[in-house]
Design a binder for this molecule. Structure first.
Ligand SMILES: [Zn+2]
Length: 302
Protein backbone atom coordinates (compact mmCIF):
# COMPACT_ATOMS: atom_id res chain seq x y z
CA UNK A 1 0.00 0.00 0.00
CA UNK A 2 1.26 3.47 -0.83
CA UNK A 3 -0.06 6.71 0.53
CA UNK A 4 0.58 10.03 -1.13
CA UNK A 5 0.82 13.05 1.12
CA UNK A 6 0.98 16.60 -0.17
CA UNK A 7 1.80 19.98 1.37
CA UNK A 8 3.38 18.65 4.49
CA UNK A 9 5.36 21.02 6.70
CA UNK A 10 8.48 18.91 6.22
CA UNK A 11 7.99 19.46 2.52
CA UNK A 12 7.34 23.21 2.43
CA UNK A 13 7.44 23.56 -1.34
CA UNK A 14 4.31 21.45 -1.53
CA UNK A 15 5.78 18.74 -3.74
CA UNK A 16 3.99 15.44 -3.42
CA UNK A 17 5.92 12.89 -1.42
CA UNK A 18 5.23 9.20 -1.61
CA UNK A 19 5.84 7.11 1.47
CA UNK A 20 6.01 3.36 1.40
CA UNK A 21 4.02 2.47 4.45
CA UNK A 22 2.06 -0.08 6.42
CA UNK A 23 1.64 -3.07 4.16
CA UNK A 24 5.09 -2.83 2.56
CA UNK A 25 6.78 -5.22 4.93
CA UNK A 26 9.85 -5.38 2.68
CA UNK A 27 10.79 -1.78 3.55
CA UNK A 28 13.80 -1.73 5.87
CA UNK A 29 12.14 0.97 7.94
CA UNK A 30 9.07 -1.13 8.55
CA UNK A 31 9.31 -3.85 11.20
CA UNK A 32 7.61 -6.93 9.89
CA UNK A 33 4.10 -7.50 11.20
CA UNK A 34 4.17 -4.32 13.29
CA UNK A 35 0.63 -3.29 12.39
CA UNK A 36 -0.75 -6.84 12.65
CA UNK A 37 0.74 -7.40 16.09
CA UNK A 38 -0.34 -4.00 17.33
CA UNK A 39 -3.88 -4.58 16.11
CA UNK A 40 -3.87 -7.97 17.81
CA UNK A 41 -2.78 -6.35 21.11
CA UNK A 42 -5.52 -3.73 21.20
CA UNK A 43 -6.78 -1.82 23.03
CA UNK A 44 -3.51 0.05 23.44
CA UNK A 45 -2.61 2.81 25.82
CA UNK A 46 -1.21 5.53 23.57
CA UNK A 47 1.50 7.91 24.78
CA UNK A 48 2.10 10.88 22.49
CA UNK A 49 4.95 13.36 22.35
CA UNK A 50 5.73 16.53 20.42
CA UNK A 51 6.18 14.55 17.18
CA UNK A 52 2.43 14.22 16.76
CA UNK A 53 2.07 18.01 16.73
CA UNK A 54 4.98 18.66 14.37
CA UNK A 55 2.87 19.16 11.24
CA UNK A 56 0.81 21.81 13.08
CA UNK A 57 3.83 24.13 13.03
CA UNK A 58 4.50 23.71 16.77
CA UNK A 59 8.14 22.57 16.72
CA UNK A 60 9.37 19.43 18.50
CA UNK A 61 11.61 19.63 21.52
CA UNK A 62 14.22 17.27 20.17
CA UNK A 63 15.68 16.27 16.82
CA UNK A 64 15.91 12.73 15.55
CA UNK A 65 19.06 11.93 17.52
CA UNK A 66 17.39 13.01 20.74
CA UNK A 67 19.35 16.25 21.20
CA UNK A 68 17.78 19.62 21.91
CA UNK A 69 16.60 21.41 18.80
CA UNK A 70 16.92 24.74 20.55
CA UNK A 71 18.17 26.14 23.84
CA UNK A 72 16.77 24.42 26.92
CA UNK A 73 13.29 25.57 27.99
CA UNK A 74 12.81 27.36 31.30
CA UNK A 75 12.91 25.19 34.44
CA UNK A 76 10.49 25.14 37.35
CA UNK A 77 13.19 26.42 39.72
CA UNK A 78 14.11 29.31 37.40
CA UNK A 79 10.50 30.36 37.04
CA UNK A 80 9.80 30.41 40.78
CA UNK A 81 13.14 31.75 41.94
CA UNK A 82 13.85 34.62 39.59
CA UNK A 83 11.40 37.38 38.68
CA UNK A 84 13.41 38.16 35.53
CA UNK A 85 12.70 34.63 34.36
CA UNK A 86 8.99 35.28 34.87
CA UNK A 87 9.35 38.45 32.77
CA UNK A 88 11.15 36.41 30.14
CA UNK A 89 8.52 33.69 30.18
CA UNK A 90 5.46 35.95 30.02
CA UNK A 91 7.01 38.37 27.54
CA UNK A 92 7.81 35.57 25.16
CA UNK A 93 4.53 33.82 25.89
CA UNK A 94 2.65 37.05 25.06
CA UNK A 95 4.04 36.73 21.55
CA UNK A 96 4.06 32.94 21.31
CA UNK A 97 0.62 32.10 22.71
CA UNK A 98 -1.50 33.05 19.67
CA UNK A 99 0.34 30.51 17.49
CA UNK A 100 -0.31 27.72 19.99
CA UNK A 101 -3.90 28.86 20.59
CA UNK A 102 -4.67 28.92 16.87
CA UNK A 103 -2.86 25.69 15.93
CA UNK A 104 -5.17 23.19 14.27
CA UNK A 105 -5.00 19.46 15.03
CA UNK A 106 -2.70 17.50 12.74
CA UNK A 107 -3.95 14.51 10.72
CA UNK A 108 -2.44 12.27 13.43
CA UNK A 109 -4.64 13.84 16.12
CA UNK A 110 -7.78 13.25 14.05
CA UNK A 111 -6.76 9.70 13.20
CA UNK A 112 -6.20 8.89 16.88
CA UNK A 113 -9.67 10.25 17.67
CA UNK A 114 -11.10 7.85 15.06
CA UNK A 115 -9.08 4.97 16.49
CA UNK A 116 -10.47 5.76 19.95
CA UNK A 117 -14.04 5.60 18.64
CA UNK A 118 -13.27 2.25 17.02
CA UNK A 119 -12.12 0.88 20.36
CA UNK A 120 -8.55 0.39 19.16
CA UNK A 121 -7.07 2.42 22.00
CA UNK A 122 -8.11 2.64 25.63
CA UNK A 123 -6.70 6.03 26.57
CA UNK A 124 -4.23 8.69 25.45
CA UNK A 125 -1.55 10.06 27.75
CA UNK A 126 0.08 13.06 26.12
CA UNK A 127 3.30 14.82 26.96
CA UNK A 128 2.04 17.77 24.95
CA UNK A 129 0.39 20.80 26.51
CA UNK A 130 -1.35 22.02 23.36
CA UNK A 131 -4.79 20.34 23.91
CA UNK A 132 -4.90 19.27 20.26
CA UNK A 133 -6.06 15.73 21.07
CA UNK A 134 -9.19 17.13 22.72
CA UNK A 135 -9.77 19.57 19.88
CA UNK A 136 -9.52 16.69 17.41
CA UNK A 137 -12.28 14.80 19.25
CA UNK A 138 -10.45 12.42 21.58
CA UNK A 139 -12.32 12.08 24.89
CA UNK A 140 -10.05 9.87 27.03
CA UNK A 141 -6.95 12.01 27.41
CA UNK A 142 -4.59 12.72 30.29
CA UNK A 143 -2.52 15.88 29.89
CA UNK A 144 0.50 14.47 31.71
CA UNK A 145 2.47 17.72 31.66
CA UNK A 146 -0.54 20.02 32.05
CA UNK A 147 -2.24 22.39 29.64
CA UNK A 148 -1.12 25.68 28.21
CA UNK A 149 -4.65 27.09 27.89
CA UNK A 150 -4.87 27.70 31.65
CA UNK A 151 -2.87 29.54 34.28
CA UNK A 152 -2.98 28.90 38.02
CA UNK A 153 -2.37 31.24 40.95
CA UNK A 154 0.34 29.81 43.19
CA UNK A 155 -1.24 31.45 46.27
CA UNK A 156 -5.02 30.91 46.03
CA UNK A 157 -4.89 28.08 43.42
CA UNK A 158 -7.54 29.74 41.22
CA UNK A 159 -7.40 28.79 37.55
CA UNK A 160 -7.77 31.41 34.83
CA UNK A 161 -8.01 30.94 31.10
CA UNK A 162 -4.81 31.76 29.21
CA UNK A 163 -6.90 33.93 26.89
CA UNK A 164 -7.98 36.09 29.84
CA UNK A 165 -4.34 36.46 30.88
CA UNK A 166 -3.47 37.40 27.31
CA UNK A 167 -5.76 40.43 27.67
CA UNK A 168 -3.93 41.45 30.88
CA UNK A 169 -0.54 40.96 29.24
CA UNK A 170 -1.50 43.04 26.21
CA UNK A 171 -2.99 45.77 28.40
CA UNK A 172 0.16 46.00 30.57
CA UNK A 173 2.60 45.73 27.67
CA UNK A 174 1.22 47.76 24.76
CA UNK A 175 4.70 48.22 23.27
CA UNK A 176 5.43 44.54 22.86
CA UNK A 177 4.32 43.04 19.58
CA UNK A 178 6.07 41.23 16.79
CA UNK A 179 4.54 40.68 13.42
CA UNK A 180 6.42 37.42 13.07
CA UNK A 181 7.36 35.18 15.96
CA UNK A 182 8.86 31.75 16.17
CA UNK A 183 6.71 29.63 18.47
CA UNK A 184 8.24 27.03 20.76
CA UNK A 185 6.56 23.89 22.19
CA UNK A 186 6.06 25.52 25.59
CA UNK A 187 4.22 28.46 24.06
CA UNK A 188 7.31 30.63 24.14
CA UNK A 189 8.58 32.85 21.33
CA UNK A 190 11.95 34.40 20.62
CA UNK A 191 12.44 37.93 22.06
CA UNK A 192 15.50 40.20 22.60
CA UNK A 193 16.89 40.48 26.17
CA UNK A 194 16.38 44.25 26.47
CA UNK A 195 12.68 43.82 25.67
CA UNK A 196 12.38 41.08 28.31
CA UNK A 197 13.54 43.51 31.01
CA UNK A 198 10.65 45.88 30.22
CA UNK A 199 7.92 43.23 30.53
CA UNK A 200 5.22 43.90 33.13
CA UNK A 201 3.93 40.64 34.65
CA UNK A 202 0.21 40.33 35.50
CA UNK A 203 -0.82 39.24 39.02
CA UNK A 204 -3.72 37.03 40.11
CA UNK A 205 -7.03 38.91 39.75
CA UNK A 206 -8.27 37.42 43.04
CA UNK A 207 -5.33 37.81 45.42
CA UNK A 208 -2.42 39.48 43.54
CA UNK A 209 -0.48 36.21 43.83
CA UNK A 210 2.05 34.90 41.35
CA UNK A 211 0.59 33.25 38.25
CA UNK A 212 2.09 30.25 36.54
CA UNK A 213 1.02 28.41 33.39
CA UNK A 214 -0.79 25.18 34.34
CA UNK A 215 2.08 23.11 32.98
CA UNK A 216 4.87 21.05 34.49
CA UNK A 217 8.15 22.75 33.64
CA UNK A 218 11.36 20.78 33.48
CA UNK A 219 12.38 20.15 37.10
CA UNK A 220 8.77 20.34 38.29
CA UNK A 221 6.74 17.33 39.39
CA UNK A 222 3.63 15.82 37.84
CA UNK A 223 0.60 15.73 40.20
CA UNK A 224 0.29 12.21 41.70
CA UNK A 225 -3.36 11.87 40.63
CA UNK A 226 -2.37 12.24 36.99
CA UNK A 227 0.32 9.57 37.30
CA UNK A 228 -2.10 7.17 39.03
CA UNK A 229 -4.78 7.77 36.39
CA UNK A 230 -2.25 7.05 33.65
CA UNK A 231 -0.97 3.89 35.30
CA UNK A 232 -4.53 2.57 35.76
CA UNK A 233 -5.17 3.26 32.06
CA UNK A 234 -2.13 1.13 31.20
CA UNK A 235 -3.44 -1.67 33.42
CA UNK A 236 -6.70 -1.66 31.44
CA UNK A 237 -4.79 -1.92 28.16
CA UNK A 238 -3.20 -4.88 26.38
CA UNK A 239 -0.26 -2.96 24.97
CA UNK A 240 1.58 0.36 24.93
CA UNK A 241 1.96 2.45 21.79
CA UNK A 242 4.29 5.47 21.92
CA UNK A 243 3.94 7.99 19.10
CA UNK A 244 6.23 10.92 18.31
CA UNK A 245 8.37 10.89 21.43
CA UNK A 246 12.06 10.17 21.91
CA UNK A 247 11.18 9.32 25.55
CA UNK A 248 14.17 11.29 26.85
CA UNK A 249 12.00 12.60 29.68
CA UNK A 250 11.48 9.99 32.39
CA UNK A 251 7.76 10.75 32.78
CA UNK A 252 7.25 9.22 29.32
CA UNK A 253 9.90 6.51 29.51
CA UNK A 254 8.46 5.05 32.70
CA UNK A 255 5.37 3.87 30.80
CA UNK A 256 7.70 1.54 28.92
CA UNK A 257 9.15 0.27 32.18
CA UNK A 258 5.65 -0.33 33.58
CA UNK A 259 4.52 -2.08 30.41
CA UNK A 260 7.64 -4.27 30.35
CA UNK A 261 7.13 -5.21 34.01
CA UNK A 262 3.54 -6.24 33.21
CA UNK A 263 4.60 -8.20 30.09
CA UNK A 264 2.58 -5.96 27.81
CA UNK A 265 4.03 -5.50 24.31
CA UNK A 266 5.51 -2.07 23.55
CA UNK A 267 5.24 -0.42 20.12
CA UNK A 268 7.05 2.74 19.02
CA UNK A 269 6.21 5.00 16.08
CA UNK A 270 8.90 7.66 15.83
CA UNK A 271 11.14 8.93 12.99
CA UNK A 272 14.27 8.99 15.18
CA UNK A 273 15.93 7.24 18.09
CA UNK A 274 14.10 6.70 21.35
CA UNK A 275 15.23 5.70 24.80
CA UNK A 276 13.14 2.51 24.59
CA UNK A 277 14.41 1.22 21.23
CA UNK A 278 15.89 -1.91 22.82
CA UNK A 279 12.70 -2.95 24.62
CA UNK A 280 10.06 -2.43 21.93
CA UNK A 281 8.92 -3.06 18.40
CA UNK A 282 9.68 0.05 16.45
CA UNK A 283 8.40 1.58 13.26
CA UNK A 284 10.55 4.48 12.08
CA UNK A 285 7.79 6.67 10.71
CA UNK A 286 6.23 10.07 11.31
CA UNK A 287 2.97 10.16 13.25
CA UNK A 288 0.62 11.25 10.45
CA UNK A 289 1.85 8.62 7.98
CA UNK A 290 1.97 5.83 10.53
CA UNK A 291 -1.50 6.48 11.91
CA UNK A 292 -2.99 6.75 8.43
CA UNK A 293 -1.68 3.26 7.71
CA UNK A 294 -2.80 1.93 11.06
CA UNK A 295 -6.35 3.18 10.55
CA UNK A 296 -6.37 1.68 7.05
CA UNK A 297 -5.25 -1.65 8.50
CA UNK A 298 -8.00 -1.65 11.14
CA UNK A 299 -10.53 -0.93 8.39
CA UNK A 300 -9.28 -3.90 6.39
CA UNK A 301 -9.58 -6.10 9.46
CA UNK A 302 -13.13 -4.91 10.12
ZN1 LIG B 1 -4.65 34.16 43.65
Amino acid sequence: MRIQIKNRTDNPRGQATTYDVAMDTTSENFPKNFVAELTEASPALVVTGAGISVSTGIPTYRDETGKWLRSDPITHQQFLGDFRQQQRYWGRSLLGWPAVRDAKPAPGHRLLAQLEHKGFLSHIVTQNVDRLHQRAGSTKVTDLHGRLDRVVCLSCKTFFSRDLLQKDLEHLNPGINHSTVSARPDGDADMPDQTVESVKVPKCRECEGTLMPDVVFFGGSIPAKRVTESKLALERSNSLLVIGSSLQVYSGYRFCKWAAAANKPIFLMNPGKTRADDMAKKWQVDADTGLESLLAATREKA
